[in-house]
Design a protein around this ligand. Sequence first.
Ligand code: ZN
Ligand code: ZN
Length: 99
Amino acid sequence: MTIKKRLFWSNILMIAVPVVFTALVGVLGHVFAVVLFLIVRSFIRKKCPVCGRFQSGTSHYCAHCGAAMHLQCPDCGEYCADEALFCHACGKRLHDLRR
Ligand SMILES: [Zn+2]
Ligand SMILES: [Zn+2]
């Protein structure tokens, strides 16, 4: 390879690398933003386990069918996460409540 050719290719690389890098970061930034949006949305909105309609994350009962959005402890009345196996407030076993 002649020096001239080598210089030509290093010039191409000097232009191409930042362009490709910028494009890649731009695409990754968009993908990251979409993923972040979906994660945040899943926290804000909750799907009703019975009718499948979306509710606000803070609602305890479905506005469409009245189903309980969270598992409620039968002992202390505390609302627990849907996947909770025990009440986080009193330790009551919640396995048997699942239908
Ligand atoms: Zn519902
Ligand atoms: Zn409890």
